[in-house]
Design a binder for this molecule. Structure first.
Ligand code: NDP
Length: 345
């Protein structure tokens, strides 16, 4: 049975990748951060008690900033494939926390590559690179386009990209960079713009919210559907030779177009609900990210099938459904006088 280690397994992509690899018969190991509350919501449906003889998903506490932990884990698991998906992946947030972002995204990748090199575990390595590395570079972006990163997250990703190449060329590791353009899903983090939009659409439709505050609507992105992208990641590790690949749909659409598609799907007029908030502006914005996925199509046979409109519809439908089945955790669970949040008390 092939074994994979996924960092960032609790994230959007990590959860889809774990699901894909389990379906392919892998034993999957995931790195998770210890937290004071559970952070495994996206993978709970995949988890079986580790004592179950059929269990194939195993979770290990660890952090990308702890190179020693990564080294010992790698030695004990001895995976065939390592997918490095962990990261502080929020671009706007990286302007507020640049050092923290670099510690995880740049240094974390270095720690993991060093762990592979020194443990001598014979494994293949995938680095989750980002289209944000292209920044100001002229679209459409290919594997040969210049990097001109415009955020701390993107500069940290560029470091990780070149370090991955360096370890491939210098130490002969099977190490690849996926350069993924935006990919979204119902599992997308709630502070990312697409999910923020689709959650708001569901709430506005249900009469639970009136307005949605957004920043600049003009930037163009190449939006794809996350489950298709994790298939591309896996394919990159199944080739004879390691190489770098762009994963993209090849079509660019603005944030405004995504907003329009999401609101329209719910029968709403977006201009009546969307308001501008300058707090969401970035010190440096990237106007257009548009990928050319020709190489991945030719060499990996990888193609996307879900376009932006369908993606917006999938996400709105999922958020409408989630709202209808919402739990009411922690509301009025304190049994002390004066603590009630209920208006009727
Ligand atoms: P998410 O933000 O959903 O997931 C990030 C994951 O990294 C989470 O599991 C998170 O854990 C984990 N993580 C964060 N910090 C640490 C740390 N210090 N140690 C260990 N784990 C940590 O991102 P996505 O799933 O969307 O993306 C996966 C990767 O692909 C990221 O590196 C991202 O930058 C990259 N990428 C994503 C794109 C996209 O459009 N989705 C586009 C291009 C690249 P926790 O759950 O505890 O927070």
């Amino acid at each position: 049975m092939r074994k994979a280690l996924i960092t960032g397994v609790t994230g959007q992509d990590g959860s889809y990748l774990a699901q894909l690899l389990l379906a392919k018969g892998y034993e999957v190991h995931g790195l998770i951060r210890r937290a004071s509350s559970f952070n495994t919501g996206r993978i709970d449906h995949l988890y079986q008690d580790a004592r179950d003889p059929d269990a194939r998903l195993f979770l290990h506490h660890g952090d990308m900033t702890d190179g020693v932990r990564l080294l010992t884990l790698l030695g004990s698991i001895a995976p065939d494939e390592v997918y490095n998906l962990a990261g502080q992946s929020h671009v706007r947030e990286s302007f507020d926390q640049p050092r923290f972002t670099a510690e995880i995204v740049a240094m974390g990748t270095l720690h993991l590559l060093e762990a592979i090199r020194h443990s001598k575990v014979d494994c293949r390595f995938y680095q989750a690179g980002s289209s944000d590395m292209f920044g100001d570079s002229t679209p459409p972006h290919t594997e040969r386009s210049l990097f001109a990163p415009r955020s701390p997250e993107a500069t940290a990703k560029a470091y990780a990209h070149w370090t991955t190449r360096n370890y491939r060329e210098g130490y002969g590791l099977y190490a690849v960079n996926g350069i993924a353009f935006n990919h979204e899903s119902p599992r997308r983090g709630e502070t990312f713009v697409t999910r923020k939009i689709t959650q708001a659409v569901a709430r506005i439709q249900a009469g639970r919210q009136d307005h949605l505050y957004l920043g600049d609507l003009t930037p163009v992105r190449d939006w794809g559907y996350a489950p298709e992208y994790v298939e591309g990641m896996w394919r990159m590790l199944q080739q004879d030779q390691p190489d770098d690949y762009v994963l993209a749909t090849g079509t660019g659409r603005s944030v405004e177009e995504f907003v329009e598609a999401a609101f329209e799907h719910a029968g709403l007029e977006w201009r009546r609900h969307v308001r501008f908030d300058e707090r969401y502006l970035r010190p440096t914005e990237v106007e257009e990210l548009l990928g050319d996925p020709s190489k991945a199509a030719e060499k990996l046979g990888w193609r996307t099938s879900v376009g932006m409109e369908q993606l917006a519809q999938i996400m709105v439908d999922a958020d409408v459904d989630a709202l209808e089945h919402e739990g009411r955790h922690w509301v009025d669970d304190v049994r002390l006088p004066g603590w009630s949040t209920s208006a009727t008390d």
